[in-house]
Design a protein around this ligand. Structure first.
Ligand SMILES: [Zn+2]
Length: 358
């Protein structure tokens, strides 16, 4: 197919140019002004429409999509842990297969309408664990999006819930990828994970050779719990269980120390920045000056990564950063780099597009 008269925007490098685009077998094969149509080709005149790369939402929770517009608790919530206990852990426990399916459909449609083509999801439905990742997969594939899915392993629902979470992860990874969906190993956060569970997660990650996805230092409570119970920082605890490796996704990192951020990124982990969620939960502003390997997530606020990027930019400006525009753009393109590193290595020819005329 030949797409004519487009305004072609690329993020890396950031530029905008008029031109045509040839799509061949699902890949962009040519990009230039005034491309000649081939005999066997469908031609679509875009009349100046904007064409952008698909965005990546590197950390979200499709299970919370139906919570938009839901009234909050009547009493004020005093801490991050109270927000989890009084809102999200009540909501995820109420999900059954049908509400999960509808939630995933609503979340995936919202993502698609926001220009997102890859959703990295972190799932929890403690009352409906077995098969839940298949339900998510069917819903997201029905909308036509790519996704990387994992089940959130945790000890907060007792040993039975923990074992079901590990088994769901193992089962889904063993079922193999499809053209649109990959699996990874998920875990809630250090403060709801025992040493035994962390060790079993490390074994599963190594056996499956899968990426790992966890909340890290979203709130000071996670940091304090780790020092209090284990006498080490969060990054050291993860590393001790072989969970700090290339393609590990650490969501938030708001309260990690500079040396911990360096070590995590040097070992190949990615930091996922979720500024709107951090503002909403009043957990503080992430040390983004030290985020090198980083991408954006909406953390279930909605599916709109461009809105997340705008807030990321505003927070960078508020923090006094003169380089707020390129820094926010790097978070966006970080999602693409993360995707190619962890789940979708590019086909060789996709790397060899001709440059866009200025
Ligand atoms: Zn999250």
């Amino acid at each position: 197919m030949l797409l004519r008269n487009a305004v072609l925007a690329t993020l890396d490098p950031a530029r905008v140019a008029s031109g045509d685009l040839r799509v061949d077998g699902g890949s962009i094969s040519d990009r230039a002004p005034g491309l000649a149509a081939r005999d066997d080709e469908d031609v679509l005149d875009l009349e100046g429409a904007l064409v952008l790369p698909g965005f990546v939402n590197a950390h979200t929770h499709l299970y919370s999509a139906l919570a938009r517009g839901m009234p909050g608790p009547k009493v004020p919530l005093r801490s991050f842990v109270e927000i989890l206990e009084r809102v999200w852990w009540r909501l995820d426990r109420a999900l059954d297969e049908e509400t999960l399916r509808l939630s995933a459909l609503a979340g995936a449609i919202d993502a698609a309408l926001s220009g997102v083509t890859l959703v990295v999801d972190h799932h929890a439905s403690p009352s409906a664990i077995p098969g839940s990742l298949d339900t998510l997969q069917r819903a997201v594939e029905e909308v036509g999006l790519r996704s990387v899915l994992c089940y959130e392993v945790t000890d907060r629902n007792g040993p039975e819930g923990r074992d079901l979470g590990l088994e769901e992860s193992r089962r889904f990874l063993a079922s193999g990828p499809t053209s649109l969906t990959r699996g990874m190993v998920g875990a809630h956060a250090s403060f709801t994970l025992s040493e035994e569970t962390m060790e079993r997660l490390g074994v599963l990650v190594e056996e499956a050779d899968a990426p790992f996805h966890i909340h890290v230092a979203e709130d000071p409570a996670d940091v304090e719990d780790c020092w209090h119970r284990y006498g080490v920082g969060l990054v050291e605890r993860l590393g001790g269980h072989r969970l700090l490796r290339p393609s590990s996704l650490l969501a938030h990192g708001v309260h990690l120390e500079p040396a911990e951020l360096e070590e995590a990124q040097d070992r190949g982990a990615w930091l996922i920045h979720n500024p709107r969620s951090n503002m909403n939960n009043d957990v503080g502003y992430a040390p983004t000056y030290a985020f090198r390997r980083a991408a954006l997530g909406t953390d279930g606020m909605d599916g709109d990564v461009l809105a997340e990027a705008r807030v990321a930019y505003l927070k960078l400006r508020e923090a006094g950063r003169d380089d707020a525009v390129p820094a926010a753009l790097r978070f966006m393109t970080g999602g693409h780099r993360l995707a190619t590193e962890t789940a979708w290595p590019p086909v060789a020819e996709r790397r060899c597009l001709p440059p866009v005329a200025q």
